[in-house]
Write a protein that binds this ligand. Structure first.
Ligand code: AP5
Length: 218
């Protein structure tokens, strides 16, 4: 199964990508997670990426394309992959197509997650993450058992720097300008599958799981 999860910030791509990758035993490649890891490790790439990310802007194409190319060669992706947050621009989509065809493979499907804007803002502003194990929570929709503390490792939870109101607005603007054109791009290639992702996490997962079932063995 080789699938892209496309959609605005906060539609639930990462939440569902974790579940689908585990269920289907395929690799998950999240460019947001990879970039945050580089920021935490203070690598040269991370130091470059941080200022773009904090402001809600996209990191330059060449940086993320390099990261994804490397990850696709990982053994965890041998049975397939879920791409979460990549591609995000037309040049990234073109680069992905080139990398896959050089390996003699192609995408099965691009799932376009759709959630009303007011729900997106609520999801993002209420998100809390664990800086140690990267688990994600939501103050209303997926609260930790103990307020402000990670269920998995007991670390105090934090709010992502790009989940501030001004950065959220910027991310949504950037999505509209640079990523939304991919809806048409993949529709023209008959790969686009719209998904109403406004329901609860378990409901969305059930629908997604059904839609992806035909691709599981490939
Ligand atoms: P990234 O980490 O990819 O952020 P994003 O796309 O903005 O996505 P989010 O992680 O904010 O949202 P999501 O859709 O994954 O939702 P989630 O499941 O977390 O990228 C961050 C930055 O890195 C970018 O701004 C950019 O700077 C850079 N970057 C990354 N990729 C790049 C690329 N390809 N090119 C250039 N730059 C790149 O859920 C959000 C919240 O909602 C959580 O709290 C969750 O618990 C809750 N939630 C999830 N599902 C539901 C539900 N069904 N009901 C209620 N609550 C829910």
């Amino acid at each position: 199964m080789r699938v892209v999860f496309l959609g605005a910030p906060g539609v639930g791509k990462g939440t569902q990508a974790d579940r689908i990758a585990a269920q289907c035993q395929v690799g998950k490649i999240s460019t947001g997670d990879l970039l945050r890891e580089a920021v935490r490790d203070q690598t040269v790439l991370g130091l470059e990426a941080k200022s773009y990310m904090d402001q809600g802007n996209l990191v330059p194409d060449a940086v993320v394309i390099g990261l994804v190319r490397e990850k696709l060669a990982d053994p965890s992706c041998a049975n397939g992959f879920v791409l979460d947050g990549f591609p995000r621009t037309v040049p990234q989509a073109e680069a992905l197509g080139t990398v896959l065809s050089s390996k003699g493979i192609a995408l099965d499907l691009v799932v376009n997650f759709q959630v009303p804007r007011e729900d997106i803002v609520r999801r993002l502003s209420g998100r809390r993450s664990c800086p140690k194990c990267q688990a994600t929570f939501h103050i209303d929709f997926a609260p930790p058992k103990v307020d402000g503390v990670c269920d998995r490792c007991g670390e105090p939870l934090v709010q992502r720097s790009d989940d501030r109101r001004d950065a959220i607005e910027m991310r949504l603007k950037v999505y509209g300008e640079q990523t939304a054109p991919l809806v048409r791009y993949y529709d023209e290639r008959q790969l686009l599958h719209p998904m109403d992702a406004s329901g609860a996490v378990d409901v969305v997962f059930q629908h997604l799981s059904q839609e992806l079932a035909p691709y599981r063995a490939t």
